[in-house]
Design a protein around this ligand. Sequence first.
Ligand code: SAM
Length: 236
Amino acid sequence: MTQLGGFDPTGTKWQREAMVADQLAARGLTDQSVLAAMNVIPREHFIPAQLREHAYLDGALPIGDGQTISQPYTVAFMCEALHTTPTDRILEIGTGSGYGAAVLSQLAKEVHTIERIPELADAAAEKLRQLGINNVFVHIGDGTLGLPEAGPFDGIIVTAGGEQLPRCYVQQLKDGGRIVIPLGETMRQQSMCRFTRQRDNLYREELGSFAFVPLIGAEGWHVDEAMHEAERESES
Ligand code: SAM
């Protein structure tokens, strides 16, 4: 595990322990390395100052630019589904606050994470630096195109909801690699999917229903579609 240099998360340790017991283990998550990682990373560090008292509540929270930090259960569920091992190189699409990447930093050898909103990417990189996490590399760009220059990866995890699996992900995945991605025909509701590559075959499993912000990009939803949906949501 990476040491969290220069940061003392002990003041909120009891809250993390309660979160792991009540929100994660009690709902059936069992991967001990994931539970340990969730127990180490201080979620409050990745949340806007005015919302920090809510850091360990059982839900997503706004982080600015219309985006969210995912619910702790969702982060842990996706990490467990990814079956990460300590030698893995992982690609995360949707850096957001940087929290998910920080959790992955404890599970994998190296994490590349892409965010399309530069302000969020820069803030997340700074938060990760402050914790002394040095195996996460933050990139700005359209994650629906993957990151071919850093691939192939053992796992790809997508933290925004798409309509279809971006085609390039399979080309950037090693044999035996996994992709965890929420997919749905509408922008409001998705099914969490896990794709496993075995040689030239790709196996798909459906792991349950979730609701994510949209995956926007060349191989995802288009910006105007997402804006239209946001307007409809504010009216409803
Ligand atoms: N993992 C994040 C965390 O721990 O805070 C949660 C991320 S939030 C639910 C989803 C993020 O995906 C948003 O920050 C959004 O801007 C980003 N996103 C959406 N489409 C993207 C794309 N094509 N490439 C990169 N990031 C994208």
